[in-house]
Write a new protein. Structure first.
Length: 560
């Protein structure tokens, strides 16, 4: 949602906008912050404030005099106080000095309370504009070209952390104003879900084109500007260049490790090879892993981050709907073993999740179905409101509608964040984080039986598992048959898998139960099932007999 909420008047054919927060213009001296800022303020019917003028008014002397008497550190503290006062006040257009954005505390204040716009100008244009100017302390000594080149090299990677970047050059002031105006009108702040745990907190950011601006979100959250991207060939071919460019803009150095596509990456062999290549890069404990791919890549990367040097930071950039709503949030990481899925792993929370819904346009419908099943699952567990939202909007999500996809991801992540906050490591004996496993006992058994070969995706297994969990609950007398019919009606309306009739090959009830008995959620030899008293009413049970499960599977069309 744009931060523009205040009715304005159109001037010179520019449409009115709605402004709710101060717009802060940043950039080098000579970028046109004051010139464009004054004209933009006139167009938007807002006050214009020049931060340097406010500082001089408050100090009772000029900026060169402040530098001479007290030094740059003293000046930056005063500058920060002035900017803080202004951005917490009524909306205005605020032009800042070239060095203001370089102060980390000032950047944090602007991120929190204002919308930042960098006017990016080529260095040759800047030099032409500032030649002969006086009163600029940093230009007072030395060769102008050398000084500007040095400042640009230092500042541009930091300026690139702004919310909006506008490329400016030799255009007229009116043209520059229209560029800024249009960028503000088109700007969409990411939706945000905060995950707050007992000893850690992080944001899930959801919105379009986040990969293009990934560096601006990552830079403030990493302790060292060196990251290692773990990705696969498919994602790399489609999207890696955009991520690389964004990291380069913000001065983040990166290495790239590619892993095979598919579930085979979640193996001890791939883990061993990848972590060996990672350690050979000479990483430090402040090096950050970027998990750039679907759930498989995220699970593997997270486990590598959890175990390399006894734990290093990692960021999730999930590229499938399933990963955005499920595996990227909550801190579960791991790999498979010959004995079962995700039996080797660790809880290791990310420092940031970037869920770019633009990237979902490259996914086939089958992948959207797999992710949507996890969103629907959240509604079936404990939220009739979310289930009803899914009934109304499920088709739009599977059709790839961007705004519906973003809202679906937000709702699912918000639900999961609440669950994880109360039971981070799935330690609650009843009805905690374990409820998120609704349908998974059945789904994992299907995946294991098919050898994780791609014939069934994890989310497709969850879709079938939702039906089977509800059917088992009806069979045991917990849930009304009408809720099973309602769930099945929704799944079939969207042409999602619901039972064994979705497969060409037959399944054995005995074999599937054997897979379930190897599940990591076994407790005292008993299979843990998530059952339902109806839609939105899930609970944990360890009292389901093997005979009841076998009866269900036979009724659903399995062989003995």
């Amino acid at each position: 949602m744009s931060p523009l909420q205040h009715t304005l008047s159109p001037i010179d054919g520019v449409n009115p906008l709605h402004i709710s927060k101060t717009i802060v213009l940043i950039g080098m001296m000579g970028a046109g912050k004051t010139t464009i800022g004054r004209r933009l303020a006139h167009v938007l019917n807002l006050p214009f404030v020049d931060a340097d003028a406010e500082i001089e008014r408050a100090a009772g002397c000029t900026i060169p005099e402040i530098f001479t008497k007290h030094g740059e550190s003293f000046f930056r503290k005063g500058e920060r106080r002035v900017i803080q006062r202004l951005i917490k006040g009524p909306p205005c257009i605020l032009a800042t000095g070239g060095g203001a954005w370089m102060d980390p505390q000032t950047r944090d204040l602007v991120r929190k309370y204002a919308l930042s716009i960098w006017l990016r100008v080529p260095i040759d244009v800047l030099i032409k504009r500032v030649s002969g100017r006086h009163g600029r302390p940093l230009l007072a000594q030395g060769d102008l070209h050398e000084t500007m080149t040095r400042l640009v090299a230092i500042r541009y990677p930091i300026y690139a952390e702004a919310d909006i970047i506008i490329d400016c050059g030799e255009e007229t002031v009116d043209q520059g104003v229209k560029h800024v105006h249009n960028a503000i009108a088109d700007y969409q702040a990411p939706l945000k879900v905060n995950v707050t745990l007992s000893q850690h907190t992080y944001d899930v950011l959801i919105g379009p084109d986040l990969i293009t601006r990934a560096g601006s979100f990552i830079a403030p959250r990493v302790r060292h500007k060196h990251v290692v991207i773990i990705t696969n060939e498919t994602v790399a071919a489609l999207h890696l260049s955009k991520l690389q460019k964004s990291l380069e803009e913000t001065g983040i150095r990166y290495d790239i490790l590619k892993v095979p596509d598919g579930e085979e990456s979640k193996s001890l062999a791939c883990y061993s090879d990848t972590i060996s290549r990672l350690l050979a890069l000479g990483i430090e404990r402040n090096t950050t892993i970027l998990a750039f791919g679907g759930g498989v890549t995220g699970d593997l990367s997270g486990f590598i981050a959890a175990t390399a040097l006894r734990g290093i930071p990692f960021i999730q950039i999930p590229t499938t709907l399933l990963a955005q709503v499920d595996s990227s949030v909550g801190g579960k990481t791991g790999i498979n073993s010959p004995s079962g899925k995700n039996l080797i792993g660790a809880f290791h929370q990310p420092v940031l999740v970037l869920a770019d819904n633009s990237i979902l346009s490259t996914l086939p419908r089958r992948q959207l179905v797999a992710g949507y099943a996890e969103i629907l699952k959240a509604g079936v567990i404990s939220s009739m409101e979310l289930f009803e939202w899914c009934e109304k909007n499920g088709q739009a999500m599977l059709n790839g509608d961007p705004s519906t996809l973003a809202e679906g991801v937000r709702r699912a992540c918000a639900y999961k964040a609440g669950v994880v906050a109360t039971d981070e490591r799935e330690q609650a004996s009843q009805n905690g984080r374990a409820l998120l496993n609704l349908g998974h006992t059945f789904g994992h058994a299907l995946e294991a039986e098919l050898g994780y070969d791609g014939r069934i995706l994890h989310g497709e297994g969850v879709s079938i598992g939702l039906h089977l969990a509800m059917a088992l609950s009806v069979q045991l007398g917990y849930a009304p048959a009408s809720d099973l019919a309602r769930l099945d009606s929704h799944l079939r309306e969207l042409k999602m898998p619901t039972s064994f009739d979705w497969f060409k090959e037959p399944f054995s009830a005995k074999t599937l139960i054997a897979h379930m008995q190897k599940d990591k959620k076994i407790h005292n030899g008993k299979i843990t099932f998530i059952l339902l008293q109806g839609i939105g009413k899930a609970f944990t049970s360890r009292d389901v007999s093997i005979e009841s499960v076998e009866k269900l599977l036979l009724n659903e069309g399995c062989l003995p």
